[in-house]
Design a protein around this ligand. Structure first.
Ligand code: 5GP
Length: 113
């Protein structure tokens, strides 16, 4: 099912895109929770982490690697950051196009609420 993230991929909705390649796209979250808050999404429409299949293993790796690369370039990697994939209702997912949150630039607490 197409979501608004598909429209960001097709440029129907504007976003601050910070990285893209043939597999994935990264753009700034519209409602940032920290000084750095970027969403890494596959071009393929995958609803959530719960819908991932074995064939997506490399793609998931690419999302994580791209996020780590961005964190290093943004200068937040040494201090640390958080990678989050909210999944389905209890996970707090609101957009059903798989996305990896990169959140950093400030200290964070654990556990989540
Ligand atoms: P979720 O709650 O599904 O894990 O995260 C969805 C994220 O997408 C939220 O952090 C929300 O702020 C972000 N978001 C929702 N709509 C838009 C939009 O139109 N543009 C951008 N850049 N981010 C959005």
């Amino acid at each position: 099912m197409p979501t608004l993230f598909s429209k960001i991929i097709s440029r129907e909705i504007p976003a601050q895109i910070v990285y893209e390649d043939e597999h994935l796209l990264a753009f700034k979250d519209i409602n940032p929770q920290a000084p750095v808050h970027v969403l890494f999404i596959p071009r393929e429409e995958i609803a959530s982490a719960d819908a991932l299949e074995d064939r997506h293993a490399e793609l998931v790796g690419r999302l994580v690697l791209a996020a780590g690369r961005y964190a290093r370039e943004a200068g937040i990697a040494e201090d640390g950051y958080r990678l989050v994939m909210n999944t389905n209702e209890h996970g707090g997912q609101t957009v059903f196009h798989l996305h990896l949150h990169l959140i950093g630039g400030r200290p964070m607490s654990w556990p989540p609420g």
